[in-house]
Ligand binder design. Sequence first.
Ligand SMILES: CC(C)(COP(=O)(O)OP(=O)(O)OC[C@H]1O[C@@H](n2cnc3c(N)ncnc32)[C@H](O)[C@@H]1OP(=O)(O)O)[C@@H](O)C(=O)NCCC(=O)NCCS
Length: 323
Amino acid sequence: MRAAVLGTGSCLPEKVLTNTDLEKLVETSDEWITTRTGIRTRRIAGPGEENYKLASTAARRALEMAKVTPEELDLVVVATLTPHMMMPSSACFVQAEIGAVNAFAYDLNAACSGFLYGLDLVDSYIARRPDMKILLIGSETLSARVNWEDRNTCILFGDGAGACVITGREQGGVVASRLLSDGRLWKLLYMDSPESRNSAIRQPDRKGCYIQMSGRDVFKYAVRAMEDAVTGLLLETGTSIDQVDLMIPHQANIRILGKLMERLGVPDEKLYINVDKYGNTSAASIPIALDEANRQGILSRGQRILLCSFGGGFTWGALLMDW
Ligand SMILES: CC(C)(COP(=O)(O)OP(=O)(O)OC[C@H]1O[C@@H](n2cnc3c(N)ncnc32)[C@H](O)[C@@H]1OP(=O)(O)O)[C@@H](O)C(=O)NCCC(=O)NCCS
C-alpha cells in the first residue's frame, strides 16, 4: 500500500501585492521582476490570516473533498519554515482549530522542500498502517520574514497554504522518491531566528532574521540539483520522461523552471505553473499547485505526476506519484 491523495485544498490571503506596488517600496520595475522571475503578483497575509489559520482553511477544504471528518484523522503534519510560534507547532494549532481530536500533530521544516519531504514521510507511515488518515499541509507566512527594503528578495516571496488528505491505496499513490540535502551550503539561503546565538551572522538590527539569499548561486544550484534528482529518480524507477503526464515543481522562479524543463526535455504543456500569481510560497507552493490543478480538472485518476523541489538547507528532491 502506498500513500494516495483523497482530497486537496488551499487558501490564499486576500491581499494582492503587485509588481507596481513593489515599485513604491524599492527601486525596481514590473518589467525587471517579470522578465527575471515570471512573478506578477503575490499574496500577503493580514490580520486573522496567521499561518495556522491559512493552514486550517486549506485543511477544511481538503477534508471536504476527501469526505473525511476531522475526528477521523490520525496525524496532522504541517511543513513550514514560518510557524505561528516556536512552540507549540503550527500543526497543534491546526489540530485544535479544525477539531482533529484523535490525531497526533507536529511540524516539519525542510524549507521549500518541506511538502515533498512530508509526502515521503507520510508514505512511510502508510507502509506501516495503510488505513491511517493523514492531513499533510504546507503553510507559510513569509511576508513577515522578508526585508521589504531588500529588492533582491522582497519581490520573490508570498504567503499561502495547501493541504492534502492522504491514506493508503492498493494501486497508485506514491511510486518512489529521491530526497537530498547539503547543509554545507546553508549560507546561500537562510533565515536566522531572533533567539539564535549564532554570532557569525548575528546583527544588531536583526537583519539576519530576514530571508538572506545569494540569488545567483541559488539559481545555479537549484537547476542542477533538481535535474539530478529527477534524472536519478526516473532511472531508478525505469520511467521515461514521456511517461510523466504532469510535472508540478516547486514554484520559485519561471526561469529556473524553464531551464529545468529544457534540460529534462519536458514540453511546456506538461508543466504546471502558478508562480506568476503567488510568487514563491516555499513549502506551500506544491500543495497549492496540486489543489489548483486538481480543481481545474487538469489532474485525473491514474495520471503519473512528477513533483520536484529545491530550498534552503540546501534541501531538494523529486517524487513520482500516480494520482
Ligand atoms: C534573485 C534573482 C531574480 C536575481 O536575478 P539575477 O539575474 O541573478 O540578478 P543579479 O542578482 O545578478 O543582479 C543583477 C542586477 O539587478 C539588480 N537587482 C536585483 N534585484 C532587483 C530588482 N528587484 N529590481 C531591479 N534590479 C534588481 C542587482 O542589484 C544587480 O545590479 P548590479 O548589476 O548593478 O549590481 C535570481 O538570481 C533568482 O531568481 N535566483 C533564485 C532565487 C530563488 O528562487 N530563491 C528561492 C529558492 S527556493
